[in-house]
Structure formats: C-alpha cells, structure tokens
Design a protein around this ligand. Structure first.
Ligand code: NIG
Ligand code: FE
Length: 420
C-alpha cells in the first residue's frame, strides 16, 4: 500500500462517478484541498482530507509495510489521457518543417509526395524491431510528461503488411510499458502513390483485405479515416466505417481539418467514439454533435505547428458540447506529445478556462479513447495513474507556466516510475 499525504490539492476527484463532462459543467473541477490518497494493488483505494486522517485511517489496519509519500505542497492530478496520437513512426520530418517555414502549405507538401507518404516510405524500409525501438523512446518520454493512457494509430504503413507491422509494434508497446494503450487502424490515412487516380481501389483494399487481417489478429480497438479535402471522401469514410463495424471496430476519425468535409456528420452517423481535429466546424456540425454521444476531440498542437486555423472550442462548449484535447503526436503536423503544452494552447488559443482544459485532457480524453471506467479521474477502484507536481500555487499554474516541467513524481498502476 502507498499513502500519499499532505496533497495541497487533489485535482479531478469527483464524489460521484464521472464518464465525461459537457458544456457549462466543463468549467467545474472537483478538487479536495489538503488531501491524502491511498493506493492498493495498483488501484485507488480511497482518498479524503488530512484532518480526517489525524485520528488514524481505519482502512490501513495494522499494516506496517505501508509506504508514505509526503508531497510537501504538491498537487496530485490523474494522468493525462491522450486520445489521439500517431507516435509509432520512423525517423522525423524536420526538412518539411523548413519547407513550411519557407512558405509551402501542408497540402502542397503532401501533393509533392512529402507528408504522410514520406513517412510511409521510410516506415516500409524500417524493421519491426527498429520501429519498436524508436517508438518506445517516445512512449517513455510521454510517461515522464504525465501521460498515463494513450491512443496510437497505424497509418504510415499503407500496405497490408506494413499496417500490420505498425499495429504489432503498438501491441508490443502495450505489453511492455506501464501506460494504458488503445490502438486504431488508420489504413485510409493517405492514398499511396501507386494508387494515384484509383482511390476506390485503395479503399477496396482497406475494406476487403486490411480490415479482415487486422481483425483476425485482434490488433485494433478502433478504426480511423482521414476524411478531408484531398484525402478521403465521405463515401470512402462511410464504406470503411461500415466495414469496421462488422468487426466491432468503432470509429475515431480525422474530420474537418482542412475543410467542411462532411466528416463530422459521417462520424456521427456511424456512432463514432470521437471525431477529431474539427478546425472547420459550423452551426450544422455543432447541431449534429449535440444529438450524438460522439466526443469532439481537438488537437491544437497541429494548428499551432502548421500555423493554421484553430477549432472553435469556445463556441462548441458554449453550445453545450463536451470537448477533449489531445496531442496528435506525429512527425508532420505535431511532433510533440506534451499534454501540458496542449493545455496551455487550449487556454491561450482556444480560450478555454484552466478547469475546462483539465477536464478535456483527463476525463473527456479518457472517454474519447474508451477508458473512462478505469482512467481520467481520481476515483475509488480506478487505476492509480497520477502525477505529483512540485510545490505550486494551484492548478491554474499548470497551463500558465507553459514552458516549465512541474512534475515531481509519476505513478502508474500504483508504482512510482523512476526515470525511464
Ligand atoms: O492528424 N491529419 C492527418 N494526419 C496527421 C498528420 C500526419 C502527418 O503529417 O504525418 C494529423 O495531423
Ligand atoms: Fe492525427
């Protein structure tokens, strides 16, 4: 058992069970001041206020093997749930970054065979072991930055064997690291060069060959499509979501990053778990989302890095929608898995309040990747996945101090993670 004491603020610790928060509730953050938290067998056993502990906590019994951590004025947060990443990739794309600085757009780079196809070319030449090695470093990095659950997509393979290779790497990461991982199959991320002008045939390959192969090895939890101008159409997306649903794969799709693509409507029509990006979201899209249980997931790191427009988060929340925030960690549009920076971008660029961004990177992120029953808040019986900050004035300081690492200790499954 591990007892954490003298917690200045235990953040996101609701009295009742929480699965997601929407609209005005997003500005409400349940916090226990001057708290303790007890961990047993990797799970949160109990928590409360220090005053109650003074007479001794009955749940401890006569157990003498109990470990203690005194936070000394630190805050405790549930680990971040990063519901959208592409962190399994080979190499990096800083050369395109320079092209972008010089004025080329994301779409122009993609049309020249750069972008996703560039990463695909490299990934196809990279062995599964090497891909695992490179990706493991990224997972270790995000763990130390406070992430306890992460969704990872395929989509840089673009051939049956290379998509499978990516998904096997994700499975190895799941088995070998303490972080909770969910996998999404994103065969329709970009059209491979050899299918130029034959998009329907590539979608046939995804539907008829890749999805059954992925399902056969049980390699994915969800299915994704890049539904946007210049990538895949609503018709392609619906075919893929339909095919995925036959194997129990719910959608988590890329939509409306580059245009009003119809992706949001297609996602909702198939009861997607989340629709992500949403830079182009108007009244019609908001109405559609309001009538659904699909989580809108925003990725401000991508708009920041590409210098493009931000999604209308304020409008969405004011209309009553929930919002999740995720990193989109990938080599082309957001080469960072730093969820604390994403919180700052949420505040600065999306005009979300600190309470709203904390809800967006914890419980709503958990919902957007289907782990809200075990992660995303401090609750009895949930996984003891959390981080302790150094002494700071309050939770608002976290997005405010946008360049500082405030984490003192990371705890996953009840274990303190010593530098990985
Ligand atoms: O989420 N939008 C599509 N896919 C990624 C970018 C991938 C890349 O450029 O490598 C994204 O931004
Ligand atoms: Fe993405």
């Amino acid at each position: 058992m591990l007892l954490i004491e003298n917690i200045k603020k235990l953040v996101q610790a609701p009295g009742a069970s929480l699965t997601r928060v929407a609209g005005a509730e997003m500005a409400v953050l349940p916090v226990v001041d001057n708290a303790w938290l007890l961990i047993k067998d990797g799970l949160i056993e109990d928590f409360g206020r220090m005053q109650e502990l003074e007479g001794g906590y009955s749940g401890l019994g006569s157990n003498t093997g109990i470990e203690h951590i005194d936070t000394g004025g630190g805050l405790v947060f549930p680990s971040f749930c990063d519901s959208h990443t592409h962190l399994v990739y080979a190499g990096s794309r800083e050369i395109e970054y320079i092209d972008k600085i010089k004025g080329l757009s994301y779409e122009e780079i993609a049309r020249r065979g750069g972008g996703i196809l560039n990463s695909a070319k490299l990934l196809q030449k990279t062995s599964e072991d090497e891909l695992y090695r490179q990706s493991l470093e990224r997972v270790k990095e995000i763990i130390m930055m406070g992430t306890g659950a992460v969704e990872i997509k395929s989509g840089y393979g673009l051939t049956p064997q290379d998509e499978i290779k990516m998904l096997r790497v994700i499975r190895r990461l799941k088995e070998s690291t303490p972080v909770t991982i969910r996998a999404s199959f994103l065969g329709a991320h970009a059209l491979p060069a050899e299918y130029k002008g034959r998009r329907r045939e590539y979608v046939d390959l995804v539907v008829e060959k890749m999805i059954p192969m992925v399902a056969d090895e049980d390699l994915a939890d969800y299915i994704d499509v890049f539904c946007d101008r210049g990538f895949f159409s609503v018709e392609d997306t619906e075919r893929i979501l339909e095919a995925g649903s036959k194997y129990g794969l719910r959608g988590k799709i890329h939509a409306n990053e580059l245009d009003f693509s119809g992706g949001i409507q297609a996602g909702v029509k198939f009861d997607a778990l989340s629709v992500d990006h949403l830079e182009f979201t108007g009244e019609e899209e908001i109405e559609t989302l309001l009538a659904s249980r699909t989580m809108p997931a925003l990725l401000p790191g991508a708009a920041f890095f590409l210098g493009m427009r931000y999604p209308p988060a304020r409008k969405m929340i004011d209309a009553g929608l929930p919002v999740a925030l995720a990193s989109d960690y990938n080599p082309g549009s957001s080469p960072s898995g730093n969820m604390k920076l994403i919180m700052s971008l949420g505040c600065i660029k999306l005009r979300m309040l600190p309470e709203e961004v904390i809800n967006a990177v914890t419980i709503n992120g958990a919902y957007a990747m289907g782990v809200e029953k075990t992660a995303g808040s401090i609750a009895k019986g949930k996984k003891a996945n959390l981080f302790i900050t150094r002494e700071i004035p309050g939770y608002e300081f976290v997005p405010y101090a946008y360049g500082s690492n405030l984490i003192d200790k990371v705890i996953l499954n009840g274990e303190v993670i010593k530098g990985v």
